[in-house]
Ligand binder design. Structure first.
Ligand code: MG
Length: 315
């Protein structure tokens, strides 16, 4: 039997763009630091599997994220992919990071904001307002350089220090990011506590306040097993950009309970079952995540990777 069996459902998009975050969000949260050549091969393999947006690395100070300290060496190794039309976004935390990224010719950039004061303080050592002020020249200069800018917004649903995050608070920071000039938002459920109704409420409120759905991506964590349900809720609302991490790499270092990013394979399995195009070859992707799990010395947490590894004839 070829799985998944395909049964389309009404009210869903025909195609979804997967924003692959494994090499950046995934590897930065893994204990093991992966050698540069393994990262380069990982990203090339992801591209061969059909992923067209692959967040490659972060130009944060190496002191903060030693796992990604090789950004300067890695990024030039990926130039053949850029020539092939693969988008390789990189995270830029500040103007120094922006300078480093632009020097290497990066054309897709991302800034990382928080919807809550507690996480802004923990992650950026700034208030929300101070962090937005820090991003203002970053986004302005990125736009001057004709780069595409994604604004990550973390803690959009719940926060380990503050509990439930009010929707209006998330909308307010989201609008500020768009006002700075971001082309796209990624709404992060950093500790994985969202449920589908909460997702749809936030999306509706964003639309109401002038943030259109086609500028919104969603970034779910599977801590409580809700990532795919939340994704489906977002697709029903019209969202067509979904973040996922190959093999379920990574998590959130500030939240003990966070078991990590939605696995790209689990996402592709559901989308394929719904008849939604992604362009991804699930077999090549699963092989890639199994190979990377070998480098990390532990099995992939992705249910789909595990199931397909046990039953490869089902692909
Ligand atoms: Mg994540």
């Amino acid at each position: 039997m070829t799985l998944p069996m395909i049964s389309p459902a009404p009210g869903l998009p025909a195609r979804v763009r997967i924003h692959e975050v494994g090499p950046r969000d995934g590897l930065q949260n893994e204990k093991t630091t992966v050698p540069t050549e393994v990262k380069a091969e990982f990203i090339h393999r992801l591209a061969r599997a059909g992923l067209t947006t692959i967040e490659a690395t972060s130009f944060v100070h190496p002191k903060w994220i030693p796992q990604l300290a090789d950004a300067e060496t890695l990024f030039p190794e990926l130039q053949d992919l850029t020539a092939d039309g693969v988008r390789l976004p990189v995270l830029v935390p500040n103007e120094r990071g922006l300078d480093r990224a632009l020097t290497l010719g990066a054309s897709h950039l991302a800034v990382f904001a928080s919807a809550t004061e507690s996480f802004a303080k923990a992650n950026l050592n700034r208030t929300v307002a101070e962090s937005l002020a820090m991003f203002e020249p970053v986004v302005a200069r990125a736009k001057d350089a004709r780069a595409h800018v994604r604004g990550y917004l973390s803690m959009c649903f719940g926060d380990p220090w503050e509990g439930r995050v009010p929707v209006h608070q998330v909308v307010s920071v989201a609008k500020s990011l768009m006002d700075l000039g971001c082309d796209e938002l990624s709404l992060g459920d950093t500790i994985g506590v969202a449920t589908p109704g909460h997702v749809q409420t936030l999306l509706a409120e964003l639309n109401e306040e002038g943030v259109p759905t086609d500028t919104i991506g969603v970034h779910f964590h599977d801590t409580y097993g809700q990532a795919l349900a939340n994704t489906l809720a977002a697709l029903q609302h019209g969202v067509t950009t979904v973040d996922a991490s190959a093999g379920g790499l990574g998590g959130c270092p500030y939240a003990k309970s966070a078991t990590g990013n939605l696995a790209t394979e689990d996402l592709v399995w559901m989308l394929r079952g719904l008849g939604i195009e992604t362009g991804v070859d699930l077999g090549l992707l699963t092989d890639t995540s199994t190979w990377m799990a070998g480098h990390l010395g532990r099995p992939s947490p992705s249910r789909t990777v595990r199931a397909l590894s046990a039953n490869p004839q089902e692909q």
